[in-house]
Ligand binder design. Structure first.
Ligand SMILES: Nc1ncnc2c1ncn2[C@@H]1O[C@H](COP(=O)(O)OP(=O)(O)O)[C@@H](O)[C@H]1O
Ligand SMILES: O=C(COP(=O)(O)O)[C@@H](O)CO
Length: 573
């Protein structure tokens, strides 16, 4: 149970504020996350990591000399937004380019990918290395689909040490990818975690049983077994990881490995040491030489009861990077000569400030758009808990939290734009950026894209006709599918967006006014959302829990249907 919080929606932000207050020697708060407190070294690569909150010390606790140069810190169990990643990267950059590294989750891939593109467009060289160490999340032939868990530490450490050694970006990226290729983790859980503000755990494990291969957000693994002894767990860990040797390794005998035994939240250090005792014996018996093992909480999942073991198969070039000194709040090794001075260089101000001029007609439409966004915020607020519950059936339970933050942030930005006489296009574009920024996660990225596509078609010149609105919604639907890669039938918001866009267009083409066409489209959206209950998910966090999700609609489909229904009430007939 996570007990200590104020308003649950502020948990991630308030936790980060306290973390920075407690670690000023190492970190400095910047928009989107933290960077090192020590001065940047001109010309060096900046390693920027990141992910959702709820996994401490990942990700902010791993920033400091010898470790990452910056961390973008997302909401609870949701990736940081592209804007956050971009802002942290710009603040950390010291002229040598940026390496982005993160766990391989849909939201992180979308947001870090967009941030990378933005950096490249600005002329800042950037590489991205997703971490894919969790052996239970996909078979070996599908390594690129695996999630990232405690192996984050190995990859981040190697990349950061390489960057601090002054290696160029291409080399830092090559070494980070090599480290990822040679890192394998495997986890178990004895009980689920509870998100701040929730009364129920995200999932439960029956008493006396152990879930095997579980992810760090309650994603399912490969089975369930009776509760083991500490030695039996060590045997399961080691035998599983030795069953998948990295490319080029034929036998464990004679190999050198970094080892990480990570508690997921409520398994304590002394329990971990009992397990590690046996792990060390077994690795020794297999002929492996262990180098700088780590036992503790390295990547967690709130109060989840569980642990994971990671083997990092070293090479001659990886070992010195793994053993290099490091000085971050949560990971310290050896002695690091402190780069003197404080990093009080200017942090680039990336805020968009100029509101382009707009016609009177467009400003009038902006008032309707603002009313629509207020209706969206209200309906999301009203249904946030229900959305979280639906998402928890097969996802990670954060859909209500993310949508609530996104809708509130979008409305706030729209109000600011309206107060400065923005046209409808600019108002929607500002709302789009704020939504993606505040929500993070997969749906935050997709809602940002959808609103931005609509904004581009609406523009600041004319009062948008029904045809223009329908075309904007169609563009939004196409862009969401292009970015997210989902199609109808995958059990996502796309199952609602497509029939909504199609019905709106066909009714407008048939001569209906916008209000009537929207009414028909909202009804189609409601039916489509209900229909997702029968589907088996093929995308997103719910995919691995395909069976459990049948009978429950998709959370993102339900929220979209609720939103278009609420918007109907502000449109003229
Ligand atoms: N590839 C995708 N394309 C379109 N929608 C998606 C995709 N992946 C997930 N979704 C939608 O996002 C919703 C989950 O949103 P949310 O919980 O906010 O994100 P996350 O899974 O990153 O925590 C799902 O219910 C689904 O509707
Ligand atoms: O869950 C996380 C990010 O994945 P989403 O796809 O955004 O849910 C996060 O906790 C790990 O970065």
């Amino acid at each position: 149970m996570t007990r200590l919080f104020n308003d649950p929606s502020d948990f991630a932000e308030e936790s980060l504020e306290g973390f920075v207050a407690a670690h000023r020697r190492w970190v400095r708060r910047v928009p989107g996350g933290v960077i090192r407190a020590t001065p940047r070294v001109p010309g060096n690569v900046a390693v920027v990591v990141g992910g959702g909150s709820g996994h401490y010390p990942a990700f902010a606790g791993l920033v400091g000399q010898g470790m990452a140069h910056g961390a973008a810190v997302g909401n609870v169990f949701a990736s940081p937004s592209a804007q956050q990643v971009h802002a942290v990267a710009r603040a950390a950059d010291s002229g040598g380019g940026v390496l982005l590294s993160f766990g391989n989750y849909a939201g992180d891939v979308l947001h870090f990918g967009q941030a990378r593109q933005r950096l490249l467009d600005e002329g800042i060289p950037c590489e991205a290395v997703p971490v894919t160490d969790d052996v239970s999340s996909a078979p070996a032939r599908d390594r690129d689909r695996r999630r990232g868990v405690a192996g984050d530490l190995a990859v981040f450490k190697v990349a950061s040490a390489a960057a601090d050694a002054g290696l160029p970006l291409a080399e830092v990226a090559r070494l980070a990818r090599l480290a990822n290729d040679r890192t394998r983790s495997f986890g178990v859980a004895f009980d689920g975690c509870t998100l701040p503000g929730s009364t129920e755990p995200l999932f439960t494990v029956p008493a006396g049983r152990m879930a095997v291969g579980l992810g760090i957000h309650g994603e399912p693994g490969i089975g369930e077994q009776p509760m083991p002894t500490a030695d039996e767990l060590a045997e399961l860990f080691v035998s599983t990881l030795l069953a998948e040797l990295p490319p080029g390794v034929d036998t464990p005998r004679g190999q050198r490995v970094g080892v990480i035994l990570s508690g997921l939240g409520s398994v304590k250090y002394e329990e971990l040491f009992v397990v590690y005792r046996r792990v060390a014996q077994l690795l020794d018996r297999a002929g492996l030489e262990v180098v700088d093992p780590e036992v503790g909480e390295l990547v967690t999942s709130f109060d989840m009861a569980g642990a994971s073991l990671t083997l990092f198969w070293l090479t001659d070039e990886l070992e010195p990077l793994w053993t290099a000194p490091a000085d971050s709040p949560a990971h310290r090794k050896g002695s690091v000569p402190r780069v003197e001075g404080a990093d009080d260089d200017e942090i680039p101000d990336l805020a968009q400030d100029v509101v382009p001029p707009a016609s009177e007609e467009s400003r009038a439409s902006a008032r309707t758009a603002l009313a629509a966004l207020a209706a969206v915020r209200d309906t999301v607020e009203e249904h946030a808990e229900e959305l979280g519950r639906i998402d928890a059936v097969a996802g990670d339970g954060d859909h209500g939290i993310g949508m609530r933050r996104g809708a509130a942030g979008g409305l706030r930005a729209a109000e600011e734009a309206a107060a400065r006489d923005a046209g409808a296009g600019t108002l929607l574009a500002r709302a789009a950026d704020a939504w993606a920024d505040e929500a993070g996660g997969t749906s935050g990225a997709l809602w940002g894209v959808a609103l931005r596509s609509l904004a581009a078609v609406v523009g600041d010149e004319q009062r948008p006709s029904a045809q223009a609105v329908a075309a904007g919604v169609r563009a939004a639907s196409e862009d969401v599918m292009r970015l997210g890669g989902a199609v109808v039938g995958d059990k996502t918001m796309v199952d609602v967006l497509v029939p909504f866009a199609e019905t709106l267009s066909s009714r407008v083409e048939a001569g209906d006014a916008l209000g009537a066409a929207w009414e028909a489209a909202a009804e189609a959206a409601g039916r489509a959302a209900e229909g997702t209950a029968d589907l088996v998910p093929r995308m997103g966090r719910a995919r691995p829990l395909a069976e459990r999700s049948v009978g429950t609609p998709d959370a993102g489909a339900v929220s979209l249907a609720l939103i278009v229904r609420a918007v109907r009430d502000v449109l003229p007939d």
